[in-house]
Design a protein around this ligand. Structure first.
Ligand code: FES
Ligand code: FE2
Length: 372
């Protein structure tokens, strides 16, 4: 990293971890300065486990899906032995795509540009019209693999597993906590996505606190028992939970809502018989995309017309409210009027936890810069 690319405020002073009661929020430059975007992609997103989709959607040999992980195109495909394989969706000839649809079926991966063909173990098999190219060995042009893990029927991918925390350690305790619910029994229904004119960290901060619910989401107050809302912080994730407020479309007051945030950008929103997974992708320093995947215990035509339709409409409303406030906040953080704020001990512990995780990621960068 040359000096002019060095992100501002990446200093031991700003990286110091403080307890919630005494901590300031992270400096505004961490949200708004463009130098942080590449750092976030390379040192945070590429080194963590990113949710990509439902394993049950890739049931048969040759079923595939495409996605973007840490800004990189990937393809995930079921091979003949029944294993899931992940590859960068990038042909080794001149960078063409092996698959262009969001999902599909193919027994080989054929580049859509000039037709190079790869087997599902990633090896290059067919190379049309290459007889006169010298010193060319197909063995040197296999696809780059992407590491995958499956958990409760969900697929996670990591671009740099050697630099990421072990997957089982990241997810430790979640299955036990949500039992007897088993997410792998739910079926994928639909993916929505929303583009937000804000840095991704603003969106994550906002997700992690219930402080804004009374003003920003008055209708959500009728679904959640806001007074019983609690947050727990663990090493790689935090959990917000609350009982449901009486009988709602999501269940009764004996039921719990679990809102898991897995650092840095994955959310599992779990209600009885229903899972919504969010992934917040950093697009640029001033924009992000939030992916919403919906899973349900039953998807009959009546469900799709009734409770699922109602759930999607309500989520859409809450999301519109969050997007509007996040875009205002991003402009506020970018203004000359703001640098650092403080936390509510009762209601912003999750934001503090996220920001401490960020400090740890950035400290590793600073330590490496100092060592080199
Ligand atoms: S880029 Fe893939 S075959 Fe040319
Ligand atoms: Fe919100």
């Amino acid at each position: 990293m040359t000096p002019d690319q060095t992100p501002p405020d990446l200093t031991p002073h700003h990286l110091k971890e403080e307890v919630l009661e005494r901590s300031k929020t992270i400096p505004s430059s961490w949200y708004v300065h463009p130098a942080y975007h590449k750092l976030d992609q390379d040192r945070i997103y590429a080194r963590t486990w990113q949710y990509v989709g439902s394993a049950a959607r890739l049931a048969a040999h040759g079923d595939y899906m495409t996605d973007t992980v840490a800004g990189n195109p990937v393809v995930i495909i079921r091979d003949k032995a029944g294993d899931l394989k992940g590859y960068f969706n990038v042909c080794k000839h001149r960078g063409g795509p092996l698959a262009m649809d969001a999902c599909g079926h193919s027994k080989v991966l054929q580049c859509k540009y000039h037709g190079w063909t790869y087997l599902l173990d990633g090896s290059l098999r067919g190379v049309p019209r290459f007889d006169r190219t010298e010193l060319f060995d197909k063995k040197d042009f296999g696809l780059d693999p992407v590491c995958l893990r499956e958990w409760q029927g969900l697929i996670f991918a990591c671009l740099e597993p050697d630099h990421a925390p072990p997957f089982d350690e990241v997810m430790e305790g979640i299955s036990e906590r949500i039992a007897p619910m088993d997410l792998s029994t739910l079926r994928f229904h639909v993916r929505d996505s929303y583009d937000v004119k804000s840095n991704w960290k603003v969106y994550v901060d906002n997700y992690l606190e219930g402080y804004h619910i009374p003003l920003v989401h008055p209708d959500l107050m009728t679904v959640l028992d806001f007074r019983s809302y609690q947050t727990e912080m663990l090493k790689h994730y935090s959990l917000q939970f609350s009982p449901l407020a009486g009988d709602t479309m999501y269940g009764s007051k004996d039921d719990q809502a679990f809102y898991y945030f897995i650092y840095p950008n994955i959310m599992l929103n779990i209600l009885p018989g229903r899972l919504q997974v969010n992934r917040v992708d950093a697009l640029k320093s001033d924009s992000c995309r939030t992916i919403f995947d919906y899973y349900y215990d039953s998807i009959t035509p009546e469900d799709v017309k009734g409770r699922i339709k109602e759930d999607l409409a309500f989520s859409d409303q809450v999301q519109a409210e969050d997007i509007e406030i996040c875009e205002y906040v991003f402009n506020g953080l970018a203004s000359r009027a703001y640098d650092q704020g403080r936390f509510s001990y009762d209601l912003e512990g999750g934001v503090h936890h996220f920001q401490q995780c960020l400090k740890r990621s950035y400290r590793a960068v600073l330590d490496e810069m100092g060592a080199s």
